[in-house]
Every structure is written in C-alpha cells, then in structure tokens.
Design a protein around this ligand. Structure first.
Ligand code: HEM
Length: 496
C-alpha cells in the first residue's frame, strides 16, 4: 500500500509545503536534515527515521535539498536491482533541474554527472563496465596476494621495532594505495605523497583540488605511457578493450577505481582492526579458531559498511518503494549502513552473521561493486599478516577516546593507536611469522585498555583457503618445518 506522503519534489498540489520548503518545519515526525546538528549521530538518526517513517524516509541534504533515504534491507535491494525504474544519472533529478542544487553544494563531487560507469546506464553502462570488468578479470589473484603480503610486511617493518603505531595513517591508508598502484601498473607512483593526496582530495580540504590534480597527473602519465606501449596490467587491458575507451574515459575510470578502492578498503581495514582490538569476544573467537579472518571481515562489512550511503539513484517514472509514493525525478540514497541493521533482517544485532554474505556493503544490481574480491583480499591478507606479526597488539588509548569523522557517504576512524612488544623486521618476500613475546614483558600494562594480550603463537585459521599452511607456519619457537613444506609455502607466498 502506498502511504499518502507528499512527493519529495513538492509537485503534488494536494501535499502541502514540500519538505525542502522552510514552512515545512522540522518538528517531531517532520523531515530531518542529514547534515548539521540533526546528523551528529547518523546511526541514531536512521533509527529515529525508521521509527517515524518506516523503510523509506524523506530527508534533507545540505541547503535543504529533498531526498529519500532507503532504510530497509529489501527496499535497498529493490532500488539497486530495478534499472527500469531507477537510474544513477543525476541529470533527471528534479532539484538539480530546477536549480535548487547550487554549483557549490558540498555534495557536488557526488552529484555532478560524469562519463563513468557509475553514472551511466543501459548500453553505455554495459560498454564502460564491460571494459572495467574485463580488465579486472585479467588480474592474477596470486600475484595480487603476493603484492598485498609484501606491502603488509614492508609497512609492519616500518613500525615493528618501535612497539607503537597508529594503524589508520601507517597501515590502513597505505596498504590499499600500494596494492592498487601495482594493479593499475604504476608501482613507482606509490609513496607517502600519493597517499596524502588521495586522503586530502577525498576530505575536501582547502588543498583538495591541488591534491586531486596530483593524483590525476599520475593517472594521465600512466594512460599516455600504456597507450604508447601496453603491458600486462589493468590500465593496458582497459585501453585495449574492444569498447574503445577514449583517453579521457580511461583516466576517469582509473580515478574511479583508485579512489573507490582506496577509500573503501582503507575504511574496511581500519574498522576490522578496531573490532579485533576492542571487542574481546571477537578476538577470542579468532584466536580460538572459531572464526577466520575472512569471516571477521565479513562481519565488519555487515556492522560498519565502508560506504554508509551511496549518492544516488533517481526515479525514471512515478513509482512506489516501501509503501511510499516516489515521483519521477525524485532522488534516493542507497544506504548500506541502515539497510544492514534492518530489524527485519537482524532482529538481534549482537548475533553473528557468520556464513551470511547478503549485506549491502558492495551494492547490488547492475552497478554492484566489481572490485569486491580485491577489496576483500586486501583486508583478509593484510589483517591476517599484521595480527600474525604483532600477536600481542593492544589498543593504546581508552576505547572512548577513539574518534570518527562522519559524512553522509562514510564514517572514518580518525586514528587507531596501538602498542606491542618491539619486534625485529622480517623479509618482505617471506610469509609473516609470529615472533616470541619476551616472557617477563608480555603481560598487559596496568590500567591500559585493550584486553588481554594474545599468546605469541596462538593459531588462527587461514586467511585464504588456498594457503592453509601459511597461517601457522614457522612461528619463531616452533620446530622448523620440513624442507618440502617450506618450499611449498614459499611458492605460495611468491605466487609461483
Ligand atoms: C571494501 C572495499 C569496497 C567496497 C565496500 C566497495 C563498495 C562499492 C559500492 C557500494 C559501490 C556502488 C554500488 C552501487 O552503485 O549500487 C561500488 C562500485 C564500484 N566499485 Fe567498489 N568497493 C570496494 C572496493 C573496490 C575495489 C578494490 C575496486 C577496484 C579494484 C572497486 C571498483 C568499483 C567500481 C569500478 C564501481 C562502479 C561500478 C558500476 O557503477 O558499474 N571497488 N563499490
């Protein structure tokens, strides 16, 4: 049944003032802002909206631009899986067409239509997406695992002797960039400056445009180089695809892939590590072997999807969603964060979702994330290797002192300080090994949070089913593995 809610765009003459109209008021039961003081705790706001409006709620974006936010799990899936009713092409969005969205709107980078697969539909979407997915299909997963392992080893070497680290800036933000630079075909561009530039461009700070230019210059150089002399990498396969992408289209898709993977995977790594460090039950399950690292990552994708919402989908015709009348030209936020905690799907939020991958973190329908295996692999291998090497790792601040930076699109952990007993560096070309924790210094420091330290060689299950030996291999105090096993292990690690 369709409720008698007003059309968002206010084109229904019987509906009274539209939500965007100042006369509408923002009292109880009225439309809430997804910005400013209303939105300080977005999760709590989504809960209130669900109580007041059900599975699809009217909200206001910056400048009080009207939008629907989709809160139900089933309704989110219906939205992304109905390309005949909804498009990602913002040019049909009524507030944009009627000039209500100003050019300096803070969400303009998400709103402005671009010639990329995320904004395209129909044949054009198929053309662009086919090139992206075909280029991705050429990526050798074993060599990706090798890159992830090597870079994880290198990053941990950077701080393991100090006994302290800040895992957001020293690990989570670096690993995806290092791996993606390898995959795209520009390993030489990976450095601190590139990580800072991507972070800065996404934060929208004063230097965001300059930082964005820095990243785009690197992608332009790569496009020119590979157009002239193709190699066996993602960029060359994208250029060489029969879809015949222009240089502009290639650059824009490299940008899409680099930023989407960098931001989402950095968030996923930080969220998963935060969970391991602050939720004792979680860590105990990992250490006891009742949960594998990939299962822990999947739970994190349910509880804290790296993109809380995706802007946006737009109604191509008058329709209905979650009992709401949706008018042609209305905009809707696809919303994994509230959708994943829909009480109809998860009546008990503390219950484990082990074995259930039907969360919304990677979207769905024709635009479903084509890079999800890579995102998962970076998180699985990275978290597993880091926990293997720093098995006594603990949070180095009170849990209440952790801070997040939230926007409509995502929620980032600002910093994740940790401490552990200092450990020696390891060869980046070898699998990570657990190091012994000196007996006299292995206990928790008094008055510090973070739970009990983990025994140095506590076995967890394999991050990858293909590599059962890797997780428990060669702990420093264990008997040396046989030469055959060691060779097999090395071959797996090097991706031979
Ligand atoms: C944990 C990591 C990741 C998460 C949570 C994530 C999530 C998402 C989501 C929610 C979408 C939008 C789906 C929609 O519009 O309905 C998306 C699209 C996309 N993602 Fe990812 N992503 C991740 C990693 C990656 C990686 C590693 C790559 C590339 C290697 C990638 C490439 C893309 C592309 C190209 C699109 C646009 C697809 C289209 O519109 O057809 N993503 N991703």
């Amino acid at each position: 049944m369709t409720s008698e809610s007003p059309s968002l765009t206010g084109t229904d003459p019987t509906s009274g003032p539209p939500p965007g109209c100042p006369a509408h008021g923002l009292g109880p039961g009225a439309v809430h802002r997804l910005y400013g003081p209303d939105a300080e705790d977005l999760d709590a706001l989504y809960d209130r909206l669900r109580e007041q409006h059900g599975t699809v709620a009217p909200v206001l974006l910056h400048d009080d631009v009207p939008m629907w936010v989709v809160l139900g799990h089933a309704e989110n899936l219906q939205l992304v899986r109905s390309p005949s009713q909804y498009t990602r092409d913002s040019r049909i969005w009524t507030p944009l067409r009627e000039g209500m969205v100003k050019p300096d709107h803070p969400l303009m980078p998400h709103i402005a239509w671009q010639p990329i697969c995320s904004h395209a539909e129909g044949n054009e979407h198929q053309r662009l997406r086919a090139a992206v997915t075909a280029a991705m299909a050429t990526i050798d997963h074993r060599s990706v695992r090798r890159h992830i392992g090597r870079h994880t080893q290198g990053l941990v070497n950077g701080f393991c002797e100090r006994g302290r680290a800040e895992l957001v800036s020293q690990f989570a933000e670096h690993l995806p960039m290092a791996v993606m630079c390898e995959i795209l075909g520009m390993p030489e561009e990976y450095n601190d400056r590139m990580v800072q530039a991507a972070r800065d461009a996404l934060k929208g700070t004063e230097t965001a445009i300059q930082s964005h230019t820095y990243v785009m210059d690197a992608l332009s150089r790569l496009t020119t180089r590979r157009r002239a002399r193709p190699e066996d990498d993602f960029t060359s396969h994208l250029i060489g695809h029969p879809a015949g992408l222009t240089d502009d289209e290639v650059r824009e898709h490299l940008r899409l892939v680099l930023f989407a993977s960098y931001e989402a995977t950095a968030n996923l790594l930080a969220n998963a590590l935060r969970m391991v460090l602050t939720e004792p039950g979680f860590r105990a399950q990992l250490n006891g072997g009742q949960m594998t690292v990939p299962e822990a990552i999947e739970q994190s994708l349910w509880d804290e999807p790296p993109f809380s919402t995706v802007f946006g989908y737009f109604a191509k015709q008058d329709t209905e969603l979650g009992g709401r009348r949706i008018r042609k030209g209305d905009g809707l936020l696809f919303a994994p964060a509230p959708g994943n905690v829909d009480p109809r799907v998860r009546p008990d939020l503390s219950a484990s979702m082990q074995g259930n991958r039907s969360h919304l973190a990677f979207g769905g329908g024709p635009h479903e994330c084509p890079g999800q295996d890579i995102g998962r692999a970076i998180a699985d291998v990275g978290v597993d290797a880091l926990l293997t090497r720093l098995s006594d790792i603990q949070l180095d601040c009170a849990e209440e002192d952790l801070r997040w930076r939230s926007s409509i699109a995502s929620r980032h952990l600002v910093a994740l300080p940790v401490r552990f007993e200092p450990k020696p560096e390891q060869d980046v070309d070898l699998p990570p090994r657990a190091m012994p924790v000196p007996a006299q210094r292995s206990g928790p420091k008094e008055g510090t949070p973070g739970g009990d330290p983990v025994p140095a060689a506590a076995p967890r299950q394999a991050a990858f089913p293909e590599a059962p030996a890797a997780r428990t291999a060669a702990p420093a105090q264990a008997p040396a593995p046989s030469r055959g096993l060691w060779r097999r292990l090395l071959r797996w690690w090097r991706g031979d």
